[in-house]
Design a protein. Structure first.
Length: 219
């Protein structure tokens, strides 16, 4: 089965499983989405969604986040891990948003990636889920499944993103990356699947004849 056919099986299967995939991180603005994505680094979305209600009650915009201060931010977000680094980034980027962007989150990859604590993946999530621009954020789930589904050689997340964008139609990117994450969490976990015993589509179709476990190259 070539990559085009694999892509079709994947799209059809994921659309059946998750016809209207919700955005995993709770937010009510592009700014709160940006903060939630920063907090999600090495932390589960569930934990982030438990922490952000208190944080956003105290500060849901750059100006109030500056006033809240690094110490208080750090105290609130501690359950998410890496709180010293994340609190500093959140406080500093809030200052930049106020001073350079009129208090608004910039709508470009270049400007987003210039903010403290914002890498390409975070910028991709904000561009796709916050602004609705075509993007294909690659996290550990997407990177892992792209390899298991033979869509990429898995050298790094940059290559995986490039391969996925080439294989799937641009209008599908924003929906697909969320669907793949949901599938990776529910059915095709890092330790719960190796390509030889997949019971759910699309894995069950794509790897139906596989005898040897798939070796995953970590991001």
């Amino acid at each position: 089965m070539n990559k085009s056919k694999r892509a079709l099986v994947i799209s059809e299967s994921l659309n059946e499983l998750y016809p209207n995939p919700p955005i995993p991180l709770n937010h009510d603005s592009v700014f709160t989405l940006l903060i939630a994505v920063i907090l999600s680094a090495q932390c589960t979305d569930i934990r982030v969604n438990q922490v952000t209600p208190l944080l956003f009650k105290k500060a849901n915009n750059p100006k109030s986040m500056i006033k809240l201060g690094t110490k208080e931010i750090k105290k609130i977000i501690k359950p998410c891990g890496l709180s010293p680094k994340k609190s500093k980034s959140i406080h500093e980027l809030s200052k930049i948003l106020v001073n350079k962007h009129s208090g608004k989150v910039p709508e470009s990859f270049e400007a987003l990636e210039a903010l403290p604590g914002v890498g390409h993946k975070t910028a991709s999530v904000v561009m796709s889920q916050g602004f609705g621009h075509p993007a294909f954020p690659v996290d550990t789930h997407v990177h892992r499944l792209a390899q298991r589904w033979k869509l990429t050689n898995g050298k790094n997340v940059k290559q995986t993103e490039k391969d996925l964008k080439r294989i799937f139609p641009q209008p599908d990117w924003n929906r697909l990356h969320i669907q793949i994450i949901m599938y990776g969490r529910e059915f095709c976990t890092a330790r719960g699947c190796n390509g030889t015993s997949c019971a759910e589509k699309p894995c069950s179709i794509l790897n139906s004849k596989r005898k040897r476990p798939i070796t995953i190259v970590k991001a």
